[in-house]
Each structure stands twice: as structure tokens, then as C-alpha cells.
Design a protein around this ligand. Structure first.
Ligand code: DAH
Length: 347
């Protein structure tokens, strides 16, 4: 036992920790409850009486020396650490933390949403992967109808071979699909907008992208007329583009609205006098709209004799290009910090 005590003593004397963690390891190894020294004390019980006095003294010395070494080492590492901290130059400028900001598409989406919320519209969302019924058929696009070609669709391979066009799954080509989902699940009056991402199989250019964002709107109630659509669009346009904005509705065609129209607003850059942005016409196109086709209401179980509705759909990127006078749509998706930083201060 005496030899063991000597050996431990030598070990302790030679122990050279390099950091605070190793000092702690030292404590655990030799001094903690299950450490080597307390272990020796447990074994002391078996020592023959004659040897106890001498060994007891040696063990106590060992324990005290180990404790002393630990205290000294701990104090010296702590002092060194303190000195290091004092060496830090507090006059150095602080690290600059970049603050995140909203993407311009989200800023616009929030702006549009807030305007419609302020006049009682709710917000709904639907899935980006859609079935044929919600994206086309219920919206009055009959199978094989050429109007389906207006929207270059990305079909999704569902794994099973589908014989009919009407069983196909696709990335939604417009947020009009959410109209159907909402009308299938809610009873009129319905006053809601549907922001979201849409996909079209188009070559990417300054004016077109295979993925972009839309906000769709729908109002269904008894006695809704084109006058309600006009007034809602006027309110939105003035809030979004300025109080002097004037509107122009041009007849158009969409399978799900009858009559259908394209909405132009007076150019907010030149006030209608003619400039680069409006290509010297005084007006710029911002969205498509119309009165919900009775077939669409019926497809969703809404009595078209009792109820009428209007709908509209706009591209968020298109609104952004106009509002911020951006000449290339691709900028929205490239995540170039020089572009994105220009919107940091906007909410
Ligand atoms: N879904 C159309 C598109 O993507 C936009 C649109 C036009 C939506 C007229 C409507 C509408 O609700 O009434 O081009």
C-alpha cells in the first residue's frame, strides 16, 4: 500500500495540465468521491493495526497535497484567463450583424393582402400540386378545350398511368384553383383572396418565368354585379398606386368568368401622359377579372340563380415590375444581395 501511495504521489507531482478542463479532470481523477484518493481511504479499513499510524499519516499528506495542487492550478488558470480578458481592446468597433429583410415579393404580397383585408376580405391558401378538376375542369375548361393551352402546364408524374386528361395531377398554373376549393367548402357570402405560387412551362426570360406568384380574389353573394367589381378594383388601385389612379376595363376572355375583362390603370409614372413604362399609351395592364361564370358556381354546389360573384387575378411580379420600375423579372429569383438590399427599409 505504501508503494501505491508513493506512486500516486509521483503521478500527482508530475501532472502538468494545459488548460482549465484538464485541471477539472485532475480533480475528478484523484479527489472526487469515486476518485483514487477517497478509494484509498476505503481500502484503509483492511490495513493491519500496526501499519495504520504510518500509512494514515502518509495518506492524509497525500490528500492534502493533492487538494493544494488542485487549488493552486485552478487559481493560476483563472488568473491567466482574467488577464486575457483585460487584454481585449474594448475600443474596437463591434461586429456588424446583418439584419434580415423581407423579400420584395413578400413585401408586395403583404401590401396587397392588407389592402383587401381592410375592406373585409379573408385570406385562404390552397395546394401547389393540384388535380385537373380544381385547376381546369371546375373552372369551366372542358377536356380538350384549346383554352387549356393558354396555360403551359407542368404535369406531375403520379406513378400510375392515367388514361384520361381529367385524372392528371399538375403544378397549379394559377391561383384560380383556390376559388374552387373555397367555394366547395364555404357557403356564400364569400369574400376572400388567395395569394400563392404558380408554375408554367415557359422559357425563362426578362418577362416570363416558370414559377411566379399570384393573388386571386373572389366575392360571391346575392346581387353582386360588375359595379361591385369596378369599385373594389378602383379602391385597390388607388391604395396600391396612388389616389389619382384611373381605371380602364378592356373586354377579354377567361373560361371561368363571363363577361371577362383585363384591367388597365392609368400610368402612375407619367399620370397618363405617356412614357417609357406605359409605352406611351398612358395605361398599364395589371390584372384579369370578370363575373364568375354560372357554370363555375354550379360546379361548386352554389345556386347560380341565387348567387353571383366577381373574381380577379393578378401577378405579384408584374405589379412589382411596374411599381418599382424593374425591367427584368429574373431579378426577383436570383437572390442577388445588391438587388434585395434595395427593399430592406420597406415593411
Ligand atoms: N387565372 C388567370 C391567369 O392566371 C387570371 C384571372 C383572370 C383570374 C380573370 C381571375 C379572373 O379570377 O377573373 O391568367
Amino acid at each position: 500500500m505504501k508503494e501505491r501511495i508513493d506512486q500516486i504521489r509521483r503521478e500527482i507531482e508530475n501532472y502538468q495540465p494545459e488548460n482549465k478542463e484538464q485541471v477539472e479532470e485532475f480533480r475528478i481523477k484523484y479527489l472526487s468521491k469515486k476518485g483514487i484518493i477517497p478509494q484509498l481511504f476505503t481500502e484503509f479499513k483492511n490495513v493491519p493495526k500496526e501499519e495504520r499510524k504510518e500509512l494514515g499519516k502518509l495518506m492524509n499528506e497525500l490528500k492534502n497535497d493533492a487538494q493544494q495542487k488542485f487549488n493552486d492550478l485552478k487559481a493560476s488558470f483563472e488568473a491567466a484567463e482574467k488577464k486575457d480578458q483585460q487584454k481585449q481592446d474594448l475600443t474596437l468597433p463591434a461586429y456588424f450583424q446583418e439584419v434580415g429583410a423581407r423579400h420584395p415579393i413578400n413585401i408586395l404580397r403583404n401590401e396587397i393582402t392588407e389592402i383587401f383585408k381592410s375592406i373585409g376580405f379573408q385570406v385562404n391558401e390552397g395546394p401547389e400540386i393540384e388535380d385537373d378538376w380544381h385547376n381546369f375542369t371546375a373552372l369551366n375548361f372542358p377536356p380538350e378545350h384549346p383554352a387549356r393551352d393558354m396555360q403551359d402546364t407542368f404535369f406531375v408524374d403520379s406513378g400510375s398511368k392515367v388514361a384520361k386528361e381529367s385524372d392528371q395531377i399538375a403544378l397549379r398554373t394559377h391561383t384560380s384553383s383556390v376559388q374552387i376549393r373555397v367555394m366547395e367548402n364555404q357557403k356564400p357570402p364569400i369574400r376572400s383572396i388567395f395569394p400563392g405560387r404558380v408554375y408554367r412551362n415557359e422559357a425563362i426570360s426578362a418577362r416570363a418565368h416558370c414559377m411566379f406568384h399570384q393573388v386571386e380574389g373572389l366575392y360571391v353573394d346575392k346581387g353582386v354585379s360588375f359595379a361591385d367589381l369596378k369599385q373594389t378594383m378602383l379602391y385597390f388601385s388607388k391604395e396600391m398606386f396612388g389616389k389619382d389612379t384611373r381605371l380602364r376595363f378592356r373586354p377579354s376572355y377567361f373560361p371561368f368568368t363571363e363577361p371577362s375583362a383585363e384591367l388597365d390603370i392609368s400610368c402612375f409614372i407619367c399620370g397618363g401622359k405617356g412614357c417609357n413604362i406605359c409605352k406611351y399609351t398612358g395605361f398599364v395592364e395589371i390584372l384579369g377579372c370578370g363575373m364568375v361564370d354560372p357554370n363555375v358556381l354550379e360546379n361548386c354546389g352554389i345556386d347560380s340563380k341565387k348567387y353571383a360573384g366577381f373574381a380577379f387575378g393578378m401577378g405579384i411580379e408584374r405589379i412589382g415590375l411596374l411599381k418599382y420600375q424593374i425591367n427584368d423579372l429574373r431579378l426577383f429569383f436570383e437572390n442577388d444581395m445588391r438587388f434585395l438590399k434595395q427593399f430592406e427599409s420597406a415593411v
